[in-house]
Design a protein around this ligand. Structure first.
Ligand SMILES: Nc1ncnc2c1ncn2[C@@H]1O[C@H](COP(=O)(O)OP(=O)(O)O)[C@@H](O)[C@H]1O
Ligand SMILES: [Mg+2]
Length: 267
């Protein structure tokens, strides 16, 4: 099982868009995929046609302190997503009540490991778990980093983008040092206007800086991705020929191509 956190402390860099569209593309390629909405803003939940306020069971229940009467197992909050036509895409939803989770977790022993434990105890098998992180470096993001074995950091090719990313990578390094499994970090360029010379320059700088940590696939700026999320569906099911759908499909192929690497690394 590959567990991938989509994380960056900056908002608006396409974490949620990447979670939904990478997840849907992987599912369309036959993988069993669980999306975990770890953001109290619940954009992944909303972006998949679910009304967060109507949900009585969310990821909040999974992260409740051990003796809480509201605590549930991960499999008890998972919803099978029908909207996409696939039968292998699932969601552990969020809602705004979840904003209290950070506060509740703060004085709990083992608070950084709650998600990790919940995923490892989950009895439903998945090929991929993709975690959409909130735009902060708080306890929820640390839970995601401790639960995953890979991180995808989406970044827009803006001039100052590299500065914020350094701080974020330092945090993942600290978490990595406390782990006994390797944490693989990959950078994904998103919302890229490839016609702009400035964007091209920044992309060259990002390539130079990150080398092979950068995905070959870049996600172009594409309004259909915005439209699809407002319709509550992944772009693949909104307009399968739009740039957004094509780019995220290519990204899923690239992610899948690492499956072989992982197997050969284990042999
Ligand atoms: N490739 C893209 N082209 C155009 N707009 C995009 C693209 N990716 C994301 N967006 C839009 O940018 C905004 C921020 O994206 P979102 O995925 O919510 O970011 P985050 O989760 O990092 O805050 C949303 O309105 C989303 O629809
Ligand atoms: Mg988001």
């Amino acid at each position: 099982m590959r567990i991938i956190s989509i994380a960056n402390q900056k908002g608006g860099v396409a974490k949620t868009t990447t979670t939904i569209n990478l997840g849907a593309s992987l599912a369309s390629m036959g993988r069993r995929v669980l999306l975990i909405d770890l953001d109290p803003q619940a954009h992944t939940t909303l972006g998949l046609s679910l009304e967060p306020d109507n949900l009585s069971k969310t990821i909040l229940n999974v992260l409740e302190p051990h003796r809480s009467k509201n605590k549930l197992k991960l499999e008890e909050v998972i919803i099978k997503l029908k909207a996409t036509g696939e039968d292998n895409l699932f969601l552990a939803p969020s809602n705004i009540d979840f904003a209290s989770a950070e506060y509740k977790l703060i004085d709990q022993i083992g608070r950084e490991d709650f998600l990790n434990v919940a995923i490892s105890e989950c009895e439903i098998p998945f090929d991929y778990v993709i975690i959409d992180c909130p735009p902060s470096l708080g306890i929820l993001t640390v839970n995601a980093l401790k639960a995953c074995n890979e991180v995808i950091i989406p970044m827009q090719p803006h001039y100052f983008a590299l500065r914020g990313i350094e701080e974020f990578i330092e945090t993942t390094e600290i978490v990595r040092k406390n782990l006994n499994h390797p944490l693989k970090i990959n950078i994904l360029i998103t919302i890229a206007d490839l016609r702009s010379n400035l964007a091209k320059e920044v992309i060259e700088e990002i390539k130079h800086y990150f080398g092979n940590k950068l995905f070959k696939t870049m996600i172009r700026k594409n309004i259909a991705l915005v439209e699809a999320s407002s319709q509550g569906v992944p772009a693949l099911y909104y307009d399968s020929k739009c740039h957004g759908a094509i780019d995220y499909y290519k990204l899923a192929e690239e992610v899948i191509s690492f499956e072989k690497e992982e197997i050969s690394a284990r042999i």
